[in-house]
Ligand binder design. Structure first.
Ligand code: SF4
Length: 229
């Protein structure tokens, strides 16, 4: 499988009703070898017309943020949760997200990034269902062999100027997260080992154990402070 094969499949997709109102599908673009991918919510009007992700006002701002942090757009991958524009830029419906996210999963499998930066609430909750954007933006989460880093959607900063400072501060952490990737994974492993110890102690009560493991999900890694993030 390659990104272009996935894009071809997306271009003819009719898995949800969004195919009826789209001008173009927007499969995403960037490097197949990207260490970091950025995942937004869905195409807006400019993206729908151009068939490219983040090419309107929010896209220009994203380009600015990428440039400031030393990334070239072609070195990363930029995509969305849904590949066709929800009419009037409404929120994507759960049924549309369910229909479309297998494509994103395939793209992630091909790229195999170290870090997934989620842009906005919908993207964050696809990967980290228990997180809240106001509480958890700018924190690092680990699942499997990847790190996740939720930040506000760039469009939010255009509408709510007070978020600009927050987005820029969060964005500025990305190079350091990538640089410290191995260290962060190692620290997380230690934390998981400790959790396993706790788990052993709680084996007597399977109900209690299940409750505890649920609580451990979607918690930011505790090593952030040590890493100065
Ligand atoms: S949004 Fe996704 S699932 Fe729905 S038609 Fe477009 S590509 Fe297919």
């Amino acid at each position: 499988m390659t990104l272009s094969v996935i894009s071809k499949k997306i271009s003819t997709c009719k898995e949800c009703l969004l195919h009826k109102t789209r001008t173009n599908t927007v499969s995403g673009e960037g490097s197949e070898k990207a260490e970091v991918i950025f995942v937004g919510e869905g195409p807006g009007q400019s993206e729908d017309l151009a068939g490219r992700p983040f090419c309107g006002a929010a896209g220009k701002y994203l380009d600015e943020l990428l440039q400031k942090t030393g990334f070239k757009r072609k070195e990363v991958f930029i995509g969305n949760i849904v590949k066709c524009r929800p009419p009037g830029n409404r929120d994507p419906l759960p049924v549309e997200i369910d229909a479309c996210t297998p494509y994103l999963d395939q793209q992630i499998e091909v790229i195999n990034p170290k870090l997934i930066v989620t842009l906005g609430r919908f993207s964050m909750n696809h990967f980290l269902p228990k997180c809240g954007i106001s509480r958890d933006h700018g924190k690092v989460f680990k699942k499997g062999n990847r790190l996740y880093f939720p930040i506000f959607h760039p469009a939010a900063a255009l509408y709510r100027g007070q978020l600009k400072e927050m987005i820029e501060a969060d964005f500025a952490k990305i190079p350091k997260i990538l640089k410290d990737f191995d260290k962060i994974m190692e620290n997380k492993k230690e934390a998981e080992d400790k959790n396993e110890d706790i788990e052993d102690k709680n084996k007597k009560s399977s109900d209690d154990q299940s409750a505890m493991m649920r609580d451990l999900e979607d918690k930011p890694i505790q090593s952030q402070m040590n890493l100065g993030l």
